[in-house]
Design a protein around this ligand. Structure first.
Ligand code: NAD
Length: 511
């Protein structure tokens, strides 16, 4: 059963539509119209028109809209949580904490700090003491934001508010699987009276996203799969505009012999199963050293056995949001079992649930020939691999095309951080998991196929800016040593200066 059904336009003038369903109950959620390429261009035009006025506001003025949005969201939290749950089938607690609470935090974080982070900087020049350098951070113009379905509200709101605080206007294209959560962003920003055109929403699928890439925006902030990310990068290359690509992951977990196994097992279960494993930083593979593997696996199974899956009342594990993802998860588990993996828990769609559910699954006897250890599963599956020691764990952790996040578990925090530092990933966590996206100060993003660029924090905010450096002469004078005329005497002087500056110890101090 498709969760989103595409309905072709009845007449040449009509728009295509998407028919939506709740993935947990399969109840119909109504239909939305798909924006045409000319709708997308018109949205970019409106944003372009509004941008100078928006950029002319002070950081404090822009921040006031965001602070109001945080207050509005706190007051209307139930309404937002209910809408997100209906579209994703995730537990209310997850919608509240990972979507709404994190949104309030991000809104007030950037509202309060963007002015300081993006203030003009005067930088002393180390060699040319007669010059002064000023670096300023200016808005890029109109930013196109394209987002996925797994955290449909926060992943749409967070880049939007960073781009807005930097003085840009935004055109957002949320996932076709969760367009209504994208509409919640629009509702929130309209509720706080954001000026017309500063934020534009275009609803649609891949075609709409592709239209946005070529609609004349100044940057694309993309979160989604590696495959689509490559297309986005190609278009941005063609149009010579920057992009940030937040792509997939296959996060490794390393359990050292001295780990607190109780905490590590609970962390593994949460890291693999929260949001039904549909997190770019889900724990997707575990490497546990041989001497503690049996105890760790037993504790993981005990913890997994306590989980409740469902669509109403109190439960821990929600639905798979997109029906296509359910096929991928099933195929990865099937492939693993065919190649010799053993299923210790779950391993199938949940027959007791009406909607799209996959049971929390624990696999052992897995290896790197299996899809479950190589490709992004994006589902509630925890494959555990026994390794001889930490070196083998590290080698296997790095044997992946992905490099988003990672987690390491040991009682020796210094060694944990050292081990984490040797993992090829954009982020890593010691004795906890995921979390880096939610820590607003932390630059978030991947290496290798997990993406390009960083979101969040100071680096993320600066990514929505055009950096301009202005060099100012301090003292004047009729000429400069480098200017004409060139002469043999000047050449000798520069030769002597070069020898003095980099050939003597006094010079090395000055240079
Ligand atoms: P997806 O790539 O299928 O779609 C993402 C968005 O791109 C959607 O809005 C879609 O409509 C749009 N799109 C599709 N084709 C396009 C095209 N040709 N041009 C422009 N836009 C196009 O990804 P998904 O299935 O929605 O999301 C799941 C993926 O997102 C997973 O791989 C997950 O790891 C990744 N993800 C990454 C992060 C991160 O921060 N690194 C966060 C969440 C999800």
């Amino acid at each position: 059963m498709a969760i989103v059904e595409r309905i072709e336009a009845a007449t040449p003038d009509a728009r295509r539509r998407l028919r939506l369903r709740n993935p947990a109950t399969l109840a119909p959620l109504g239909e939305v119209e798909v924006a045409t390429p000319s709708d997308v261009r018109a949205a970019v035009e409106r944003a372009r028109k509004a941008q100078p006025g928006w950029a002319a506001l002070s950081f404090a003025e822009r921040g006031r809209y965001l602070e109001r949005a945080a207050r509005t969201l706190a007051a209307r939290q139930n309404e937002f949580v209910t809408a997100i749950v209906a579209e994703t089938g995730k537990p209310e607690l997850e919608a509240l904490t990972t979507e709404v609470l994190t949104a309030c935090d991000a809104l007030s974080f950037y509202a309060k700090r963007a002015g300081r982070i993006l203030a003009d900087q005067t930088v002393p020049v180390h060699l040319l003491k007669n010059k002064k350098l000023r670096i300023s951070y200016k808005p890029l113009g109109v930013v196109g934001i394209i987002t996925p379905w797994n955290f449909p509200f926060i992943l749409a709101l967070n880049p939007t508010i960073q781009a807005l605080m930097a003085g840009n206007c935004v055109v957002l294209k949320p996932s076709e699987v969760t367009p209504k959560s994208g509409r919640l962003v629009e509702e929130l920003l309209h509720a706080v009276g954001l000026p017309e055109g500063v934020f534009e929403l275009v609803i649609g699928d891949g075609e709409t996203g592709a239209a946005l890439l070529d609609a004349g925006v100044d940057k694309i902030s993309f979160t989604g799969s590696v495959e689509t990310g490559r297309r986005v990068a190609e278009a941005c290359g063609r149009n010579l505009i920057p992009c940030t690509l937040e792509l997939g992951g296959k996060d490794p977990m390393i359990v050292c012999a001295d780990a607190d196994l109780e905490r590590a097992a609970r962390g593994a279960v949460y890291g693999a199963f929260t949001n039904s494993g549909q997190v770019c930083t889900s724990t997707e593979r575990v490497y546990v050293v041989d001497e503690v593997a049996d105890v760790f696996t037993r504790k993981v199974l005990e913890e997994t056995g306590r989980l409740r899956q469902g669509a109403s009342g109190e439960f821990d594990i929600g639905a798979i949001i997109d029906a296509r993802q359910l096929d991928v998860i099933e195929e990865h588990v099937r492939d693993a079992v065919e190649r010799g993996a053993r299923v210790l828990a779950g391993g199938r769609r949940n027959p007791a649930c009406e909607g799209l559910f996959f049971e929390p699954t624990v696999l052992v006897d897995v290896d790197h020939e299996m899809k479950i250890m190589r490709d992004e599963t994006f589902g509630p599956v925890l494959p555990i691999m026994r390794v001889a020691d930490e070196d083998e764990a590290l080698r296997l952790a790095n044997d992946s095309p992905y490099g988003l996040n990672a987690n390491v578990w040991t009682r020796n925090k210094r060694r944990g951080a050292e081990l984490a530092g040797r993992i090829e990933s954009g982020c890593a966590v010691v004795n906890d998991c995921m979390l880096t996206y939610g820590v607003t100060e932390s630059p978030f993003g991947g290496v290798k196929d997990s993406g390009i660029g960083r979101v969040n924090g100071e680096l993320g905010l600066k990514g929505y800016c055009r950096v301009q450096s202005i060099l100012i002469d301090r003292f004047g004078g009729k000429t400069e040593p480098l200017w004409y005329p060139y002469s043999a005497r000047k050449l000798r002087l520069f030769r002597r200066a070069l020898r003095m500056l980099w050939g003597t110890s006094l010079g090395r101090l000055l240079s």
